[in-house]
Design a protein around this ligand. Structure first.
Ligand code: ZN
Ligand code: ZN
Length: 430
């Protein structure tokens, strides 16, 4: 098959047209296009394939939770064509060798582009800067660095990292958590934590690090990205920093846009996550910030864990939840079904902006001549979320919720990875 056409799609603007794909690329966007094969896409919204800037794939080292293959498959089902794999694997992705290994596992899997994120410090230990330059110069061409799971809490270390990546327009993605203020913390510090008797995780533990780091980024003149904003105060700091011209970008997760600390009343550790679920007023502030552009992107923080790590008492359970296959639905709920924003914004926060932050030119645009990385969504569907997904883990907080929208097709470099909601077997490369 040399060329094919997606007929009658709706673009983010609402315009109806056809998309023609030839040799992995978009060769036409117009009405009345022809191809060797055509697929009727009436009623489906076409957007650039989603890009997740924050995924935990767990391989190498924790293959019982997830592998690069299963995580990539889950991502494709969620409409993603690229993801950025966090460095807290075993071994840690802190050398050129490990990031190249993760990159090649991604190529073998073949469902999405897997971009390894490099660790900021050796072993995520916060003591010595990792070989950022070697990772940047490696075949994996790492641009995003993060100790995620841990905070780069030493201000001198953060300043050095920001200075280092400035040379090649890299970016540090900070997991903002002041470690001393969160020792033993289990959930958001507030009314619910005191009622339940669980150790509280104060908002200031996140906000104090963000405030410090935007000032460091300004001082150095470098870019910084803040992972998983979870509080109203964090939003206010980012808004202030942006108004000052500081080069800061910020992400929010689907779960922080939807769920609150009230969920902890179930004592079900599926709701235990880092940073913790916060209050209704935090959720509302995060939604508003996503709509007005203070928050740049939605990133999943997909964090799979095996049953034994979650099927236990709250205090001993692991932090984290899966989320690749539900992110688009939460985005639709917050941006579209609320009546407060539109598909243009949804495409920005799920694809265009995360690709830009990572310096990735192969994703994030739906234009003639670009690689055919496309997702087609049916926004009319309401679906009950099942606990099990293509992920190896089922720590899924959305199980049994009804969410809007469904990913119908995903095209990665011009090939269907998902067709009619079904994962496609990878075509053997010649
Ligand atoms: Zn994190
Ligand atoms: Zn994370």
């Amino acid at each position: 098959m040399n060329s094919f056409v997606l007929k009658n799609v709706s673009l983010d603007t609402g315009a109806k047209c056809d998309i023609q794909i030839s040799d992995q690329k978009i060769s036409g966007i117009a009405e009345g296009l022809e191809g060797d094969v055509s697929y009727d896409c009436s009623g489906l919204v076409a957007l650039p394939g989603f890009v997740d800037l924050h995924t935990h794939l767990r391989e190498p080292g924790y293959e019982a939770s997830e592998t690069v293959l299963t995580g990539s498959q889950s991502a494709a089902l969620g409409g993603y064509t690229a993801l950025h794999a966090m460095a807290n694997t075993h071994p840690v992705a802190d050398t050129a060798g490990v990031v190249e290994q993760i990159q090649s596992l991604g190529i073998q899997a073949g469902y999405v582009d897997v971009f390894p994120i490099g660790a900021v410090t050796v072993g995520l230990e916060g003591k010595r800067l990792a070989e950022l330059g070697a990772m940047a110069k490696s075949k994996a061409q790492v641009k995003v660095f993060s100790d995620d799971g841990k905070c780069v809490s030493d201000p001198l270390m953060m300043r050095r990292a920001l200075e280092y990546v400035k040379a090649f327009d890299g970016v540090i993605a900070q997991h903002a958590q002041e470690p001393r203020l969160t020792e033993g913390s289990q959930m958001n510090a507030g009314l619910v934590s005191s009622e339940l008797g669980l150790a509280g995780w104060p908002a200031v533990a996140e906000e104090s690090i963000i405030a410090r780091d935007v000032l460091l980024a300004e001082h150095v003149g470098s870019r910084i990205h803040i992972c998983h904003l979870s509080t109203k105060g964090s939003v206010e700091i980012i808004r202030w920093a942006k108004s000052r011209g500081i080069q800061v970008t910020a992400e929010v997760t689907p779960h922080h846009l939807l769920l609150t600390d009230e969920m902890a009343r179930t004592y079900d550790p599926v709701y235990k996550v880092n940073p913790p679920l916060r209050t209704e007023s935090d959720v509302l502030a995060l939604r508003e910030a996503l709509i007005d552009g203070t928050i740049d992107i939605i990133a999943t923080d997909h964090a799979p864990h095996p049953t034994e790590a979650k099927d236990c008492e709250w205090n001993s359970a692991a932090f984290g939840m899966v989320g690749l296959e539900t992110a688009a639905s939460v985005a639709q709920l917050v941006l579209i079904d609320s009546g407060k924003s539109d598909w243009v914004r949804l495409g920005q926060v799920m694809s265009t902006k995360p690709a830009q932050i990572a310096g990735d030119r192969n994703h994030g645009s739906l234009t003639v001549g670009s690689l055919a990385n496309i997702v087609l969504i049916d926004p009319r569907v309401q679906r009950m979320i099942s606990r099990d997904t293509a992920s190896k883990s089922s720590n899924n907080p959305y199980a049994n919720l009804t969410l809007p929208g469904a990913v119908v097709h995903t095209l990665y470099n011009g090939q269907f990875t998902v067709m009619n909601g079904e994962l496609q077997k990878k075509e053997e490369n010649a």
